[in-house]
Write a protein that binds this ligand. Structure first.
Ligand SMILES: [Ca+2]
Ligand SMILES: [Ca+2]
Ligand SMILES: [Ca+2]
Ligand SMILES: [Ca+2]
Length: 320
């Protein structure tokens, strides 16, 4: 049987093998993985997603839109027919306008909200593109879709774009160097919401200078190009896997050693905040404390550039 379970065995069916508050039978019905507490890998476990009316099979990302101007870009792959009017309707009275800018021609297309209805020009919302969103109050928006692997094409001139596939830990200096040297890219800017000003990263004597701000999914950036770059190859976060203990292991000790592999020997590895020793492509963290009941073991591998690979499993500590 798939997942190694027999759905006709009522003992198996009523168990919660991955401790995510959904029985194996419920997981079969929902299509979630009965051996994985977080089926879609978005950091929220299956039971908690269903309780919060989120989709346990689609990665969810929460984006906060602040009062005033936001430079926004979809953090996930939007549905193919998503338009500015849909976004405006979803944001309801908190939004005053959403604008698509063609920086080459200086053309603006704007959807406004008036009396609860979208007005003006309706335009498609696509990943990799940036938009101006003007809010009358702060609002969090849950994006529940497939992760996007899109990177924007960057023609010569000013571009308003987003990076939905940015790896965790990516900062602007590394992005600047990824896009090209000082003859290729002039600057990357983001709008700092607290100060209401733009922060800038650029080159000086061949070195990145300015503010080394993080590149985040959901945010759009102004990028000034001297030469066109069509294919951005974003750097990859280091790969990390947990070898031992096994996922959903039942343990009866007060602490445990955690071992696993990393793709890059030059990483710093932390397991639940405890520094692990790294030897080649293997890591070992000793004496990770376990509480009674369900424990999450989270391994964060950070490479020399600050990019982070993350692996989590859950184990159960029982009374011996
Ligand atoms: Ca379960
Ligand atoms: Ca599950
Ligand atoms: Ca999840
Ligand atoms: Ca989800």
């Amino acid at each position: 049987m798939a997942n190694g379970l027999n759905p006709f065995d009522s003992g198996d069916a009523m168990q919660d093998s991955d401790f995510d508050s959904r029985t194996n039978l419920e997981e079969f019905a929902d299509g979630t993985d009965p051996q994985n507490a977080d089926s879609d890998g978005d950091g929220m476990e299956d039971g908690a997603e269903i309780a919060a009316e989120r989709d346990p099979l689609m990665p969810d990302i929460l984006v906060t839109l602040h009062t005033g101007l936001n430079l926004f870009s979809p953090p996930v792959e939007p549905s193919s027919d998503l338009t500015s009017a849909d976004v405006a309707t979803q944001l309801g009275p908190a939004i005053s306008s959403i604008t698509c800018v063609d920086l080459d021609t200086g053309t603006l297309e704007t959807t406004t909200m008036e009396n609860g209805l979208p007005q003006g020009t309706e335009f498609p919302i696509t990943d990799g593109e940036g938009y101006l969103i003007e809010m009358t109050q702060e609002q969090e928006v849950l994006w529940s879709r497939l992760f996007s692997s899109v990177t924007p094409a960057l023609p010569v001139g000013l571009n308003l774009v987003g990076f939905p596939a940015a790896p965790p830990g990516l900062k602007v200096f590394l992005l600047l160097q990824t896009l090209g040297d000082a003859d290729t890219v002039a600057s990357i800017q983001h709008f700092h919401l607290d100060t209401g000003r733009f922060e800038t990263a650029t080159y000086y004597n061949g070195q990145p200078v300015g503010n080394n701000f993080p590149i985040q999914r959901g945010e759009a950036y102004l990028i000034s190009m001297k030469q066109a770059v069509d294919d951005v190859n974003l750097p990859e976060a280091p790969g990390v896997t947990i070898t031992s203990p096994s996922r959903n292991a039942m343990l009866d000790t007060v602490s445990i050693d955690v071992t696993g592999t990393v793709s890059d020997p030059n990483t710093q590895v932390m397991v639940n905040g405890v520094v692990a020793s790294v030897n080649g492509n293997h890591f070992l963290a000793t004496g990770i404390p376990l509480e009674l009941g369900v424990n999450t073991l989270m391994v964060v591998a950070e490479d020399a550039q600050g990019l982070q690979g993350i692996a989590t499993i859950r184990v159960l500590r029982e009374t011996p």
